[in-house]
Write a protein that binds this ligand. Sequence first.
Ligand code: FES
Length: 111
Amino acid sequence: MSDQARVTLGPVNLSEGEMKGYAVGKRNLLIARHGGKVRALDDWCNHAGCLLSGGRVEGSMVVCSCHEVGFDLATGKNVTSPGVCDDQRTFRVEEEDGEVVVYGFPDSPLP
Ligand code: FES
């Protein structure tokens, strides 16, 4: 897998406001549905590495269960605690013929 990998997750049956974590290679990917669109973020919270999929969706953000940092689902922006950690990495995601496809998902952990 290259750094510009295309990952096909298959059909993802998420209702509005739901999310799910996926193990992809050596990494974890968070898929959520918000505003009628599917969103993809790195599931490893950049604060201390907890899985965001273990948290909750609140409006347009995912809130990490470990230290309550909230990230915008569309942009990854840290909207609750900008001084605590960076914005979360997001990935281009499309629904193609009923399958969710993520583009540019790396196969190695971030430093
Ligand atoms: S690990 Fe996510 S907020 Fe600390």
